[in-house]
Every structure is written in C-alpha cells, then in structure tokens.
Design a protein around this ligand. Structure first.
Ligand SMILES: Nc1ncnc2c1ncn2[C@@H]1O[C@H](COP(=O)(O)OP(=O)(O)OP(=O)(O)O)[C@@H](O)[C@H]1O
Length: 683
C-alpha cells in the first residue's frame, strides 16, 4: 500500500477485488471497457493502480471527466488517499485552472475539453501511456469528440511506435458496453471488458405513487419531510433540480417553508450547486455544514449527477428532469428545455448515496411505471448542439474534413455540420475548401472560448497592438471572460427583494453607463469597476450595486487565464495578416468604439437591423423574416430611439424571439463585412 492511503478504503472498495483483472486486461489490450456500480471505486482507484502497476508502463495517466467540479474534487480526494500535495503526483486541469505539473504529475484528472485543447499541441497524447475516459454514458459533445480523437491517436501510436502504445480505458456504471465493441475492434484489436462486481453500501429506491405536477414544489416538500422523518439521524439531502434560477428559488423558499412547519431555520443549511458557480463556490457545496448539528440540503443541477462523492449525503431527491440543450441549425438558437432524464441518469443520481456507511435512500418524485418508460440512455449531445467549437477543435488537431470522422454510434445531423462549417468559414477559421484551418483558426482554437469570442479577442489583440491601445484588448478580454462564465444567462444584474425594478435600472444606468454601446461592454465596465475594489469590500460593493459577486469572481479568474493564453501564444504577424479586420479598424480612434468594433467582428454573423421605430429587429444574414425584440434583461431595452443596427450574442426563444447580449454596430462596418465575408467553395 502506498504511504498515506486511507487505510479504511483501500481494499474495502468493490473495485479492489477486480484490481488484478483490470491491470492484466489493460496491459493486454489497447482498449478496455470497465463497467461497475456507482461508488465502487472506478474513478478514484483505477487510474492510480494503472500508474503504480509493475511491468509494462501504464502511466502517466490522464482521466477525462465530463465536468470540472468532478475533475477537481476527485483529484483532491485521490491526492489525500496517496498522501501527496495536490498538483504534484496527482493533479487536475480544467478550463481556467491548471493544478498539475508538466512532468511530476502522474495522474491528471482533466475535463474532456481541456484534453482536447492539449491535443492541439500533442495530437497523439504522447505525454500519457493511458487515457481513461470516465462517465462515457453521458455522451456530452466533448466526450464523444475526445473518444473519436483518442481512437485515432491509439491507432496511429500502434502504427508508429509499438513500444509506447496508447491504452484507452472507457468507464461508466450505466452503459451498454457491448454496443461499442465493434467500433473499436475494427481498428484496435479485441476490446477487454472488466465488470467490477458489487456496490459499497445499500441504497433503497422509493417512488411516488403519482406523477407530481409541480416538481419544484414537490421537491421542497419532500426535502422537508425527509428532514422531519429522519429526526436525530444524521445525513444530508441532495435534491436534483434543473437550473440556476430554480435552484436559487429553492434556496430562498426552503427556510420560509421550514418556518411555516415550525422548524427553526438554523437546523437546515441550504446550498446551491450549478455549473456557472465559480470553482470555490462549487467546492463549498461539498463541504460540511458550518454548524455540525444542522442538516445540509444541496440543490443541484446534473453537475452532481456523476463521479462526485458528497460526504455525508444520505438522501437523494430526484425530480426526474433536467434542462437539455436543443440547437436549431435553421435559426441558430440554442434552446434549453426541461425534459425527462434517462434511466441511466436516474441510476447515476441514486448512485450519489450508498458511498458511505450505512447506505442511503433515493426518492424518485415519479412512479416506477414512469421510470420504466424513460429512455435507457441520454441522447448524444452531438445530435442536438452547435458543433462549431467541436469542429474547430478537430481542425486544429489537423483532422481534414472532420465531419467525416467515425463517430461512436450516432453522427451529427448534416444541417448542424453545414451550419457550423459556414460559421467557421466566415470567421476565417477554415480555408475556402473547408479542408484545414489556417493560422488564425489554430490561434482561435487555443483560446478556451467559443469561436466567435476567440475571433473577437484576436482582432482586439491585433488592433490594440497596431494602434498601441492596450485598453481595447483589456475591455474585450473582459467581455470574453464574462461570456465564458455564462454571465448573460446567470444574470449579472439582479434586482434584490424590496428594490423596485425601475430603480435598479436607473441605478445601473447611472453607475455603469452610458449604456448606448450595448450589454456586453456595459457588463465589461461592471467587471472593471469590481476589479478596482479592494478584496475585502467586493461583496458589499456588489450588494450596493445589485450585481452578482459570484459571476464577477468567476469572470475575473477567466480573464486572468485568457491573458495567460495570449501571453503564451502572442498574436503574431501571421495571425494579423489573416485578420483583415485589423487594418479596417484604422479609421476608428476612440477606444470604446474600437472595443465595440472588435466585439462586432466576432459576432457579425449575428447582425440585426431595426425594422420598426419601436424596436423590432430582423436578422440580416438569415433569410427569415422573424421579428425579434430586445431581451427584457438588456440595458438597451429603454434606449430611444433603438439603434439602427446591432449584433447579438444569442437568441432566446420563448413565445417570442428575443435578442440577448446586444452590442451596437455602425452601419459602415456592415458594408465592409458584406465585401469581405468569403464565398463558400468547399461543397
Ligand atoms: N470526497 C470523498 N469523500 C469521502 N469518500 C469518498 C470521496 N470520494 C470518494 N470516496 C469514497 O470512494 C468510493 C469510490 O468513489 P469513486 O468515485 O472512485 O467511485 P466510482 O466507481 O467512480 O463511482 P461513480 O461512477 O459514481 O463515479 C466512494 O463510494 C466513497 O466511498
């Protein structure tokens, strides 16, 4: 046993009994599938066994996780188990946060997105001997892309250097491994399959007798009922909801409802958990309640659905729904809708308990008959999302015509591929034949943001350099950072209870205005003002100005990381030459207008012109005549007259269609784009 290993765990986990089989199978196959119950020890144990194995070298090991919280918390756990400082032998790397050492780290937990970015410089993953891809059943777009890229890399490493083959290990508790066998066996030889038997502690799964009309209401009542029924028995409660707004509502409502039931609020400690929380806030949700006697209730999206062990959680309340993205290649809108989860996801949710003694209870807020009617597995995200970012990653990896890639068992819809290619081509990220990516595309792919944001940052870097105006780049980096942390949908501006909406708007306009340049630059000014505050006063400053500290905290971190990428890969003459937009900016002198111009250079595909004096817009580059309105959350919503021409970040479709994240655009810039957007020859 390695020094520092938790003596209670090593040998006690079900996976331990399969240790020799796992090592033997990985040593004798290029591809191994591991199937084992949730909590059995796959994620925390197998990677380090591989690294510690005698004989043939199976380390260093990279472990791809679908989500950053899981990558960070599992790495923390494993470093404690092996008794090393996090970031040395065991480390993690996620977007905007790399806590690993280039040579010392032997087991690196990373998001799939991070590994794909790393592969741009090292497409054969030569840094690793084994690549473990965890939670493959989730079918997130970056996991599917990573699987395809890793399969190619393993194939090439077999061909070129038999001494150092790349081993692939795919893992999940809930997947039909047999369905994927042939996909790997055609090119990588027989696939080894290991079933890890057993579960750690028992889990009782209970169903409601009837479907619940209002799942939020039902979840709140159930959490309180569980608390009351448990009495003095310890154990926290994890409740699965669908999104940030709903979770913040639940966190607010629960103490009120507890009071109505006669429960003192101090016995309950509620915490939110969702993707756009900064890393430190997500980690707080995993820590014990400050008052040891209080019961913690965590309201979470599906970020807590896989890989995580939240210490002391004994009860799961599963609403049976999650928010899922559905992209429309026709409108370019990415719509989030609440949908039924799959059986695999329901089992993963139940698997968040039974990981510590004495076991746990999962209460499904739906009848068993409904569970049986759910899809077996989630629909792959590549079939329902915007593919521009994924295709750009593949181009940057040197894969020509990446749409021809051999995907697992589901290919992206042709209309989505076509739309993504047009988008990348117009952004200058792929050549006219759609065969490969020029310098500017490679530079874009190095920035861990969406392609349009990467383009706007590159133009800003080039303009700032050419005109000697560094403030242009600083402002645009703030915009990119805010978009990367999802500040638009997370609601940077919030109207606190007791404040009139109109008063809040007047306050924002006065403090962060003038708002005439649009939402994105206004948000960047908020971030700038936040950064100027002394650390100890930031929370109070955010309360005073009705803005969300957690969004700004995350954006500040993201901004630092984006600056670091630009320092590592400065925008060189080759990139500038490929960005004719840089020279076209010579006619603009004002720093604010230049920043606006750079944002528009990223989002010119989203240009919309005013149709009516009261502010309805139509998109220019799409042949639809849908009337669009300015989103109610926009700082521009009461600007009169509304600007003639704007670019928007995203479309929000409810009963009406809204433009969100607006930047005001000058009409001359349009003429230039019309002349410079390249024609498409690639077929
Ligand atoms: N942070 C933690 N605190 C306490 N115990 C932990 C922690 N992380 C892991 N464990 C223990 O280690 C066990 C194995 O966890 P691991 O994540 O390796 O399981 P797994 O098989 O990968 O499950 P899943 O598929 O759900 O991720 C857990 O059941 C739990 O007992």
């Amino acid at each position: 046993m390695t020094a520092g290993v938790d003596p209670n765990l090593d040998g006690a986990l079900p996976a331990w009994h399969a240790r020799h089989q796992v090592l033997h199978t990985v040593q004798s196959h290029t591809v191994t599938f591991v199937v084992g119950a949730t909590g059995s020890g796959k994620t925390t144990q197998i990677p380090r066994w591989l690294d510690e194995a005698d004989g043939e070298h199976l380390g260093p090991v990279a472990v791809a996780q679908p989500r950053r919280l899981a990558a960070i918390s599992v790495a923390q756990r494993v470093s404690q188990e092996v008794g090393c400082r996090l970031g040395t032998r065991i480390g993690y790397a996620v977007r905007f946060d790399d806590c690993s050492h280039p040579t010392q780290t032997r087991v690196r937990y990373a998001t799939s997105g991070w590994l794909l970015r790393e592969a741009v410089a090292d497409p054969l993953f030569t840094r690793y001997q084994t690549l473990v891809i965890d939670e493959v059943h989730e079918r997130l777009v970056q996991t599917d892309v990573l699987i395809a890229v890793a399969r190619r890399a393993a194939q090439q490493r077999r061909r070129t250097s038999c001494k150092r083959p790349l081993r692939l290990v795919l893992m999940s508790a809930t997947w039909d491994a047999d369905r994927w066998r042939a996909h790997f066996e055609t090119v990588l030889g027989a696939v080894g399959v290991v079933h890890v038997p057993g579960r750690l502690y028992p889990v009782d799964v209970l169903y409601t007798r009837w479907p619940q009309g209002d799942y939020l209401d039902a979840a709140l009542n159930m959490a309180l009922q569980v608390h009351e029924d448990a009495g003095d028995e310890r154990g926290d409660i994890l409740v699965f909801l669908t999104g940030q707004e709903e979770i913040e509502t639940a966190v607010r409502l629960l103490p009120e409802r507890a009071r109505r039931r006669g429960l003192p609020p101090s016995v309950l400690y509620t915490v939110p958990l969702y993707a756009s929380l900064p890393n430190a806030r997500q980690a707080e949700a995993l820590q014990r309640a400050p008052d040891a006697l209080a019961r913690k209730i965590i309201f979470s999206t599906n970020v807590a659905e896989t890989s995580l062990t939240i210490p002391n959680v004994r009860y799961v309340v599963d609403t049976g729904v999650s928010k899922q993205r559905q992209y429309s290649p026709r409108t370019g809108a990415d719509v989030l809708t609440v949908r039924r989860i799959s059986r695999a996801q329901a089992d993963q949710r139940a698997g968040r308990v039974g990981r510590e003694p004495p076991g746990g209870v999962c209460i499904r807020l739906y009848p068993e008959a409904e569970f049986l009617k759910m899809d077996a597995y989630p629909q792959p995200e590549i079939c329902r999302c915007d593919l521009a970012g994924a295709l750009l990653d593949l181009y940057a990896l040197g894969i020509e015509q990446p749409w021809r890639l051999e995907w697992l068992d589901a290919s992206p819809p042709p209309a989505s591929i076509e739309r993504a290619l047009v988008q990348l081509h117009q952004l200058g990220a792929v050549d006219d034949a759609l065969a490969r990516t020029p310098t500017v595309g490679v530079a874009m792919s190095r920035l861990p943001v969406a392609p349009a944001d990467a383009r706007m940052v590159l133009v800003a870097a080039a303009v700032a350099e050419r005109q000697r105006k560094p403030a242009v780049l600083t402002g645009v980096l703030r915009v990119a950072a805010l978009l990367a942390v999802d500040a638009l949908s997370s609601g940077l501006f919030t109207v606190p209870p007791g404040v009139r909406r109109e008063d809040a708007w007047t306050h924002w306009r006065g403090r962060f205005g003038p708002v005439g340049d649009g939402d994105l630059l206004c948000m960047a000014r908020v971030l700038e003002a936040y950064e100027e505050q002394p650390a100890a006063q930031r929370q109070a400053w955010c309360r005073e100005h009705y803005v969300q500290a957690r969004v700004l905290e995350a954006a500040e971190q993201a901004c630092v990381q984006l600056e670091a990428v630009l320092q590592r890969y400065p925008v060189d003459a080759g990139v500038c030459a490929a960005l004719p937009a840089t020279a076209a900016a010579d006619a603009i002198a004002d720093v604010g207008a230049l920043a606006r111009y750079c944002v528009c250079c990223g989002y010119f595909q989203h240009v919309a012109c005013r149709l009516t004096p009261d502010g309805s817009y139509r998109r220019l580059l799409l042949s639809d005549d849908q009337h669009l309105r300015v989103h109610p959350s926009s700082v521009m919503r009461s600007v009169r007259p509304p600007p003639e021409c704007v670019v928007y970040h995203s479309l929000v479709l409810t009963r009406r269609a809204y433009l969100r994240g607006i930047t005001v655009c000058d009409a001359e810039w349009l003429k230039w784009w019309e002349a410079s957007i390249p024609p498409l020859n690639g077929g």
